[in-house]
Ligand binder design. Structure first.
Ligand code: SF4
Length: 300
């Protein structure tokens, strides 16, 4: 059996950057005898979380900040790649906590765009998941004055286009659905323009991340070229779910796993070629372990 890890798999550059910042902070903290905390899980991958927690990284939630300010004031607080709303920066500043900002630059850029359109008085529609950390940050920069939708059906519920409207996406959403929704909003707004009810066209900005979208095509080719495809990802990863579903469409023998123990050896019956790939938050080292496990079961 030939087992191959897709050459485009592994962390995206934004996750590499965040993990590097965390490791660098942990090394300095060790020398300075400080604690390093991170607001929310560093990435949507339990294996990498466990690795960094073993190095000393402590995952906390917002409600822990006051307690840390009181009992551990010299600690470092890392903000993860998803970013945070302005209220978090205000709170940590008021509490006198030292913040290390590891927000992905693409997310910062998107926050700046949302803020700009908000200040210009636009109606803002975001394609995303309302309670996803990145979207909480985006809602924060526009004072929660935006509409968040995650399906075409939800887009159809929007009836008021009296204001100039801008449509943007959470970075890790499915770009195909984004474009379907954009097409619907475009035609709806163009109809209203033709009827003379409004006079501004939709501004649509595809802000899905290229680090995710650019791996889809080669990953689908890879999925098709293997008899069985093992997709390794944290269950909470948005891009993991989206990429897995795309692979499943082209290769029905695609299986989602978070842990090696999720593997069912019956999946490989009759398979000669097995492919392994994952989300932008799936570490290379864990895919190597999955590969070793499959090889040890079938190639010894
Ligand atoms: S997926 Fe894109 S936006 Fe998200 S961390 Fe990676 S590079 Fe940044």
């Amino acid at each position: 059996m030939q087992v191959t890890i897709h050459d485009k798999a592994g962390f995206c550059w934004g996750v590499v950057r965040t993990v590097d910042i965390a490791e660098e902070t942990l090394s300095k903290s060790e020398i300075n005898k400080q604690n390093t905390y991170i607001l929310g899980h560093i990435i949507h991958n339990p294996k990498e979380i466990e690795r960094l927690e073993n190095r000393g990284l402590k995952t906390i939630s917002h409600k822990d900040l006051e307690d840390i300010a009181l009992n551990d004031p010299s600690a470092n607080i890392i903000i993860r790649a998803h970013g945070e709303p302005p209220s978090t920066y205000k709170k940590t500043e008021e509490l006198g906590l030292s913040v290390i900002d590891a927000t992905c630059p693409l997310v910062t850029n998107l926050q700046n765009r949302v803020r700009k359109y908000y200040e210009l008085g636009y109606q803002i529609i975001i394609f995303g998941k309302r309670d996803h950390a990145e979207v909480i940050g985006l809602r924060g920069v526009c004072n929660d004055e935006c509409i968040v939708i995650k399906t075409l059906d939800e887009a159809k519920q929007i009836t008021d286009f009296g204001k100039q409207t801008v449509f943007m996406s959470q970075t890790t959403m499915d770009k195909h659905i984004f474009h379907d929704v954009k097409e619907y909003l475009d035609s709806k707004i163009n109809n209203l323009i033709d009827l003379g009810e409004i006079d501004n066209k939709l501004i649509g900005r595809d802000t899905t991340c290229r680090a995710v979208t650019s791996r889809e095509e080669p990953m689908l080719e890879f999925a098709k070229s293997n008899d069985v495809m093992i997709f390794v990802s944290g269950k909470d990863s948005s891009n993991g779910k989206s990429l897995y579903n795309s692979c499943l469409k082209v290769n029905p023998k695609t299986h989602f796993i978070e842990d090696i123990s999720d593997i069912d050896l019956n999946w490989f019956a009759g398979a000669e070629k097995v492919g392994i790939s994952g989300a932008t938050s799936t570490p290379q080292w864990y895919m190597e372990k999955v590969k070793q496990f499959i090889e040890s079961e079938f190639n010894n």
